[in-house]
Design a protein around this ligand. Structure first.
Ligand SMILES: [Fe+2]
Length: 177
């Protein structure tokens, strides 16, 4: 099978499974068979979000992180998010809102290849950062797709609704999936 067929297989199994099984599905999927260089996209000043599938139930996004690139602190608007690390290393910082609505740092963890971090709910905030000395690649499953997230704006010093964009969108779905 080629990359497109392997991506179809991933979409197919996610489409026909309960979200409760997504973690096991991702941990057991053979990502070695997908040539992600067809989707990769690198920028000097920011990580990139590269969508390669979206329907009403979930979206699949490849995020390309160069050294030191990081997200702002954000939540997922109540949707669930799985981050599967394909390559490199990411550090994840967890935050929660305190009683006065201020973000409070809670803990951190390191994510390594073939590991997953899962986010859900409105209350959990996090930030991801490439803390290694090389590039990192991660696959993100958002179910349902997320168009906006509550994001901490450093310049304003507060949480704002931020529209999420794709740097690239390359659909691998053909008729008859
Ligand atoms: Fe996130």
């Amino acid at each position: 099978m080629n990359t497109q067929e392997h991506i179809h297989a991933l979409i197919n199994v996610l489409s026909h499974s309960s979200k409760e099984d997504y973690t096991d599905i991702l941990l057991n999927f053979n990502f070695q068979d997908i040539n992600f260089s067809e989707i990769e996209n690198w920028k000097i000043h920011s990580y990139t979000r590269n969508c390669f599938y979206k329907d009403e139930n979930f979206e699949l996004i490849l995020i390309c992180w160069d050294k030191g690139q990081k997200t702002a602190i954000h939540n997922h608007n109540g949707e669930e998010c799985w981050v599967y690390l394909l390559e490199g290393e990411l550090e994840e910082d967890f935050y929660e809102l305190d009683d006065s609505g201020q973000l409070e740092y809670k803990s951190s963890q390191i994510l390594r290849p073939n590991e997953i971090t899962k986010s859900e709910g409105h209350d959990g905030f996090h930030r991801l950062r490439n803390s290694s000395k090389s590039r990192a690649l991660s696959l993100h499953v958002y179910a349902k797709p997320i168009a906006q997230s509550l994001t901490f704006d450093d310049a304003l010093g507060k949480l704002v609704d931020k529209n999420l964009r794709y740097d690239t969108f390359k659909s691998f779905v053909s008729v008859g999936l």
